[in-house]
Design a protein around this ligand. Structure first.
Ligand code: ZN
Length: 101
């Protein structure tokens, strides 16, 4: 009981559903440190494709299909609560308790 400052973890299914419900088409991962372009997941037909966006890094590749579980894992493993909240917001999950039904 008492303080529930712990954020619940999310599942891939929850992320998928929230993204679909919010109509999100791009989930920002980070800005390229060189050119500043936004790197992240493109949502195509309900699936997340990681888009490295620019050729600045050596690991550039075409947008590639990932799993929602991977996106959920990325969110769940943020050590900073603020970072978790921010990532949850990006996938359409706004702060706990305020699910507008
Ligand atoms: Zn770049």
């Amino acid at each position: 009981m008492g303080k529930s400052s712990e954020l619940p973890t999310v599942t891939g299914e929850q992320v998928c559903a929230a993204v679909a419900a919010a109509g999100i088409e791009f989930i920002e991962h980070h800005d390229c440190s060189i050119c500043g372009v936004k790197v992240g997941y493109r949502v195509i037909e309900g699936l997340p494709y990681f888009d490295s966006a620019c050729g600045c890094t050596s690991w550039y590749s075409e947008p590639s299909l990932r799993e929602w579980d991977t996106v959920a894992w990325w969110i769940n493993t943020q050590e900073s609560r603020a970072a978790r909240v921010e990532l949850l917001r990006r996938v359409g999950i706004t702060d706990s308790g305020s699910s507008n039904a």
